[in-house]
Design a protein around this ligand. Sequence first.
Ligand SMILES: O=C(O)C/C=C\CC(=O)C(=O)O
Length: 281
Amino acid sequence: MKLLRFGEPGKERPGLLDSQQQIRDLSSVVSDIDGDSLSPDSIARIKACDIATLPVVSNAQRIGACVNRVGKFICIGLNYVDHCEETGQAVPAEPVVFMKATSAITGPNDGVVKPRGSDKLDWEVEMGIVIGREASYVDEADAAEYIAGYCVVHDVSERSFQLERGGQWDKGKGCDTFGPIGPYLVTADELENPLDLGIWLSVNGKMYQNSSTKNMVFGPAKLVSYLSQFMSLQPGDIISTGTPPGVGLGQTPPVYLNVGDKISLGVAGLGEQTQTVLPSP
Ligand SMILES: O=C(O)C/C=C\CC(=O)C(=O)O
């Protein structure tokens, strides 16, 4: 199933995309797409309903972030070997973990705002894991049971904030609008192999990132198990699994985003996003 949220910001309703790519209103089944509705029981209940009886919604509706009330937005850095090379970093022996502020989350096609003082605004297409059950000290072999589904994440990054202002990466990762997620969450049962998906991103029509999730250093099962040794993962938490090569920082010379630039990105089977870079208010 492809679960989504549609409507104006703050007023989104739960929906699903049917086999004809029509949005169906799921409000009569669940109140939202969030941690509560992503448990195995709740997903089974949604699956059991007769989709043909759910109201069709206009596809012209704005699409919101595919998960509401995300508790933790955890990101993995340097998780593709060739992305490590382009940034001049060694391949990590253990996952590099950082947090993105949940206030950064936006809909997949909302604008990306260039923050005040930004001069190195960069892109990173990623595959996101959405947690469906509380996970604590989980073995890698059991990790799949804790994953509700997968979605596209844009880990928008401001490199001067991230790398030149001291301290952790978080300053350059959590600005408002730096976390578009969606268009939809694809439930885990529908994705044959999350480690064999094309993943790409273009800016103004030029392809910069074009890889496969099979090139990840640490895959979803390892990441869920690893993170659960340090913090409990809750339903609705998102783990963004790192970006392939081709970020702006890795170009010679580096290329950064300007107001008006158009970014398109996607992961095969998980949908696509399009954003325009907007000036800071
Ligand atoms: O130069 C560095 O230290 C790392 C630069 C970019 C890595 C990154 O942001 C990531 O998410 O991976």
